[in-house]
Design a binder for this molecule. Structure first.
Ligand code: CTP
Length: 394
């Protein structure tokens, strides 16, 4: 249908980039990037009128638009274009161009494939730069020698893709990466873009491996001079899967997000202020900042507490009750003391589920004056229950 609208407007329309790469690899990808040879915004307008939908965003300068169709499809539409970089890592200047030129400005051969969507040539694979061959042989290869100078974030992307698909970085591309790193080009990126690349990396399944590469190429220093990711951090990160399985085995429903745990492991060697400064500088969201700071602030204290003998359940309850599932997972991850895991388990499967059958409302309904006293009594009863001093009929 989308192709038909392009036919009617006499425009060539292609699906490009990651979607095509993943289609050939047989990997799911729901990001649809379309390129129109012509005016992308005009095409987007036509599309929403004919197929029912709305333009969510459009950028006249770049000739791009985001379209939501009422059938649930989200499309990123761009006009085929070339981008000039006036100086390394500069924001690009844009000019209309053919599809071939548009694909040539992209990062890697495997990401520069297109499939035509017009009816007459529907499904035709367009491969100007040997992308399919590189997909077959598992290679990450740039299209030209200035790729990393134009856009240094591609250095991080190369490491991301090579680990994600278990591809090799082709040898000239590797040399270009090393050369670009020697030239310190990454310094030219804004903290927003750099932080965005790190966040994307942390969300990858193979984040622990990618971080090893960042460390190997000495790139973590661009985020903070004291950041490292050695075998030690890597091995801890590998245990994240075990902890998640352990939680699942306990019947815990909350999903633990790996990226939080990887981030917590990454920052654990920094001090508290450095963690905060680093995360705020790279524009990480606030809830992440507080989770990461937890690594420094409370972990030691809680671990010590959970190791005390004759510890009462009520104390554990009140200590763990404020923590997120990721924070508890982190505690379980870094401890080698079975008692600590036992307490966390106890809290998650038992203590946090203990409720009082009697509430303040019941007492008011019995005709007693409400007051802070009730709250105190109820909380005392709850504590007793937590400690197993009352059974459920008391
Ligand atoms: N691209 C590029 N240089 C960049 C970022 C993106 O050339 N620094 C191009 C690539 O052609 C890429 C496309 O823009 O395929 C879309 O970018 P993005 O959505 O970031 O990446 P995907 O390739 O779709 O990968 P992912 O699966 O990680 O979303």
């Amino acid at each position: 249908e989308v192709g038909k609208v392009a036919d009617d407007s006499g425009l060539n329309l292609y699906i490009v980039g990651g979607f095509v790469r993943d289609l050939i690899l047989g990997v799911e990808n729901l990001d649809i990037d379309l390129v129109v040879e012509g005016d992308g915004i005009e095409f987007a307008q036509k599309l929403v009128t004919e197929l029912d939908g709305e333009i969510k965003e459009s950028h006249q300068d770049f000739g791009t638009a985001i379209v939501n169709l009422n059938n649930g499809l989200k499309l990123d539409i761009a006009s085929s274009r070339i981008e000039y970089y006036e100086y390394p890592a500069a924001p690009p200047q844009v000019e209309a161009a053919s599809l071939k030129e548009d694909l040539f400005r992209r990062d890697f051969t495997t990401n520069a494939l297109a499939i035509q969507l017009n009816s007459k040539k529907f499904g035709k694979l367009i491969d100007y730069f040997g992308g399919q061959e590189d997909l077959d042989s598992g290679l990450i290869r740039v299209l030209h020698n200035f790729s990393f100078i134009d856009d240094p974030s591609r250095i991080l992307r190369a490491l991301k893709f090579s680990n994600r698909y278990d591809f090799e970085i082709e040898s000239l591309t590797r040399e270009l990466i090393e050369h670009a790193i020697d030239q310190d080009v990454i310094k030219g990126l804004t903290t927003g873009r750099l932080g965005n690349e790190l966040a994307l990396i942390l969300m990858e399944k193979v984040a622990p491996e990618i971080l090893l590469d960042l460390n190997r190429f000495n790139l973590l220093k661009y985020f903070h001079p004291d950041l490292t990711w050695t075998e030690k951090e890597y091995n801890l990160a590998l245990k994240v899967t075990n902890i998640k399985e352990w939680l699942e085995g306990l019947g815990i429903e909350e999903e633990v997000d790996n990226c939080y745990l990887y981030l917590m492991i990454l920052v654990r060697s920094l001090d508290k202020d450095d963690i905060r400064d680093f995360l705020l500088k790279f524009k990480f969201p606030n809830d992440l900042v507080s989770k990461a700071i937890f690594v420094k602030e409370e972990v030691k204290e809680i671990l010590n507490l959970l190791l005390q003998s004759r510890l009462q359940s009520t104390i554990v309850y009140h200590k763990l009750n404020d923590l997120s599932i990721e924070e508890m997972a982190y505690l379980a991850l870094i401890t080698d003391q079975p008692e600590v895991k036992e307490w966390i388990k106890d809290y998650l499967v038992k203590l946090r589920r203990i409720e009082l059958e009697v509430t303040g409302k019941d007492i008011i309904e019995l005709g007693h004056d409400p007051g802070p006293c009730f709250r105190r009594v109820l909380s005392k009863v709850k504590d007793k229950k937590l400690n197993g001093e009352l059974d459920s009929y008391d």
